[in-house]
Design a protein around this ligand. Structure first.
Ligand SMILES: N[C@@H](CCC(=O)N[C@@H](CS)C(=O)NCC(=O)O)C(=O)O
Length: 323
């Protein structure tokens, strides 16, 4: 069995280690879990110009980090490099592509592949090379590659260098509620679309897609009563959900077979998605062409022709009416 084969022998495009014996998809744990702190007590002190973020614009987890960097106004303090949307067996690459916002060269080391960052940090690393990566230019290693932790650091530890230090996406009084929302939204929705799309058995797919749409209906009802998930303030929980919602109709409905309903068929969720999309700075971080090209060209087991669909036509700027 090669690295491209699932447990049942089918090609799953490099996700082998994450396909369970019943055809279910299980995401690997992130490997680098150090913390940047404002006071430096962790050994990684916050500073301007020291840390660099490597992201894919396609990836919902990396896009969380990209967005929090933008919302906090950390563009001058934390460097950014976008990898190419097309990913083959060699993993995320730094190369100019053909999309409107192509991948970029690595400005720090001239690397060709993001795997070089992982090997520089741990020469024995043999897991999957994922985005986002928060790189430390001083120690020359990855500080953290777990987006849920990276966004907490960007939210709280870099305020001395942020142009919007007052933005707080994880306020003390809402933490328990945000954690509870994330605890359901991550497995059932954020990862639920992947569990649907990467399932290699009918049962695993149906299980994932049913759970996914039950969770979307739960939020459709919740958002009839509140503008945002926790009430009238936008928090981390909203942005984590948004990353899946904005990709849903363009990609997950078709590519991942999440086609029970589209987001445009769920009026509260659809207006909520537009409300978030229309917040200042957000649209700058969303590149739907890049997103579609990545998904449709990168998973040959799901889309062997690599043809990228033209639609759907979506008016993201339509007034959302949620005041
Ligand atoms: N737990 C990680 C997950 C990151 C992740 O899985 N990223 C995907 C892209 S959406 C990736 O880099 N995949 C690379 C691969 O499969 O080779 C996080 O949230 O940071």
């Amino acid at each position: 069995m090669t690295d491209e084969m699932a447990g049942d022998g089918r090609d799953v495009g490099g996700w082998t280690k994450e396909i369970g014996t019943t055809g279910d998809f299980r995401r690997q744990d992130s490997a680098f879990r150090d913390r940047v702190t404002a006071d430096g007590s962790s050994g990684f002190p916050a500073a301007a110009g020291r840390y660099h973020l490597y992201v894919s614009l396609a990836c919902p987890w990396a896009s969380r980090a990209l967005l929090v960097r933008r919302l906090k106004g950390l563009e001058d303090a934390i460097g950014l490099t976008v990898v190419d949307p097309y990913r083959d067996d060699q993993g995320w690459a730094f190369r100019p592509g053909t999309v409107s916002r192509p991948g970029e060269s690595d400005p720090l080391h001239g690397w060709s592949f993001l795997s070089e960052a992982y090997l520089a940090s741990d020469p024995a690393f043999d897991g999957r090379v994922t985005v986002p990566v928060l790189w430390d230019t001083v120690t020359g290693r990855i500080v953290n590659n777990e987006s849920s932790e990276v966004i907490r650091m960007l939210n709280a530890e870099f305020d001395a260098f942020a142009t919007n230090p007052d933005v707080d996406l994880y306020p003390e009084d809402l933490r328990a509620e945000i954690d509870a929302l994330n605890d359901r939204i991550y497995p059932e929705i954020n990862n639920g679309v992947y569990r649907s799309g990467f399932a290699t058995s009918q049962d695993a797919y149906e299980d994932a897609v049913t759970t996914l749409f039950d969770a979307l209906e739960w939020l459709e009802a919740l958002l009839a009563e509140r503008r945002y998930l926790t009430g009238d303030r936008i928090t981390e929980a909203d942005w984590r959900l948004f990353m899946t919602l904005v990709r849903f109709d363009p990609v997950y409905v078709g590519h991942f077979k999440c086609n029970v309903k589209r987001i445009v068929d769920l009026p509260n969720l659809w207006a909520y998605t537009r409300d978030l999309y229309q917040q200042p700075g957000v649209a700058d971080t969303v590149d739907l062409e890049h997103i579609k090209v990545h998904y449709y060209t990168t998973h040959p087991s799901i889309n062997p022709t690599r043809v990228v669909p033209v639609g759907p036509q979506i008016d993201w700027d339509e007034p959302h009416g949620r005041g």
